[in-house]
Structures are given as structure tokens and as C-alpha cells.
Design a protein around this ligand. Structure first.
Ligand code: ADP
Length: 161
């Protein structure tokens, strides 16, 4: 069984993330979408809300599982018997940081490979922060996020309009 972990903040999950998950599913039998605790970031959505978004937008596919994790990513990957960590590469600007993390993770655990996947070009400029910024000012993000996230963003920012 080929298992992969796709870690990130997913605050919120976007169509770019979903594109990567779909690609990963053509290679792996099981993909754990893992919400990482990132103390440097102040999240808009709670972990429970983000888990709900991921579950809804992956249509409860049994080969995709959403989970929260804290601690070292490679240890979490090993606990899931995962052979790989999936990361998305949008542009050259993603490369340096991703390269550093991949090599650091390899030095921590050699048996977990990092696999980079490129999304469809139409998602290369998309990230969760931009989506939140547009939604905050009442812009339409329905082409960039799954329906469940679009609805929840509207509810969150309704009071501000
Ligand atoms: P992080 O806080 O780790 O950057 P994100 O949720 O923003 O978490 O991203 C998780 C992973 O998904 C990263 O590898 C990131 O490069 C990738 N990613 C984010 N947005 C996109 C997108 N639009 N297309 C492809 N990959 C993406």
C-alpha cells in the first residue's frame, strides 16, 4: 500500500490544494491531508472547521483522510507508515524554502521521500492568504475554493461588510 502525507495549514483549503490531492491520488493508494499546527500563523478557521472543509470537498473519498498533527512531520509520516510527503510547487519562489525543508526532513528520516507535484497553471497564483484577503473585502472567490469554503468565508466576513 502506497501512502502519502500532504501537510499544510489549509486555512482554508483551495482548489489549488484539491488539484494536488487529486494528482497525489493517481500515484498513492491513500493520502492523509494533515493540518499542521503552525504557531507562526494566526489562523482564520479552527482546526475542526478546516477538517470539515477538507472532508466535504474531497467528497468523503475513503482514500483521502484529513487529520490534525503536531510535532515532527517525519515522525507523523512514519506513524502512518507513509513512504512520501507531498508538497505543491507553484513557482520558483516556492522552491528555496521547499528544497530546504525536504532536505532537512530527509536528514531527520531517510525513509520518507518528499514528492513535489505541480498544479494546473490556473492555480499557480492561488494561495489561502490571497483568498482570505479578497473574501474579507467582499470579493468573489467562488472560482478558487470549494463551495463549503466559499459559504463559510461569506459567513465569517458578513459582519464586516
Ligand atoms: P503551508 O503553511 O505549509 O505553506 P499551505 O496550506 O499554504 O501550507 O500549503 C500546503 C502545501 O500546498 C504547500 O506545499 C504549498 O506549496 C501547496 N499549495 C498551496 N497552494 C497551492 C496551489 N494553489 N497550487 C499548488 N500547491 C499549492
Amino acid at each position: 500500500m502506497k501512502i502519502a502525507i500532504y501537510p499544510g495549514s489549509f486555512d482554508p483549503i483551495t482548489n489549488g490544494h484539491l488539484d494536488i490531492i487529486e494528482r497525489a491520488m493517481t500515484i498513492f493508494d491513500k493520502v492523509f491531508v494533515a493540518i499542521a499546527q503552525n504557531i507562526a500563523k494566526d489562523p482564520l478557521f479552527t482546526v475542526e472547521e478546516r477538517l470539515h472543509h477538507i472532508k466535504e470537498s474531497t467528497n468523503n473519498n475513503k482514500n483521502v483522510e484529513a487529520e490534525y498533527f503536531s510535532g515532527l512531520l517525519v515522525e507523523y509520516a512514519a506513524s502512518k507508515k507513509a513512504q512520501a510527503i507531498i508538497r505543491g510547487l507553484r513557482a520558483v519562489s516556492d522552491f528555496e524554502n521547499e528544497f530546504q525543508m525536504a532536505l532537512m526532513n530527509r536528514s531527520l528520516r531517510e525513509d520518507v521521500e518528499t514528492v513535489f507535484l505541480m498544479p494546473n497553471e490556473k492555480y499557480t497564483y492561488l494561495n489561502s492568504s490571497i483568498v482570505k484577503e479578497i473574501a474579507r473585502y467582499g470579493g468573489d472567490v467562488s472560482n478558487f475554493v470549494p463551495a463549503v469554503v466559499n459559504k463559510h468565508l461569506r459567513q465569517k466576513f458578513e459582519k464586516l461588510q
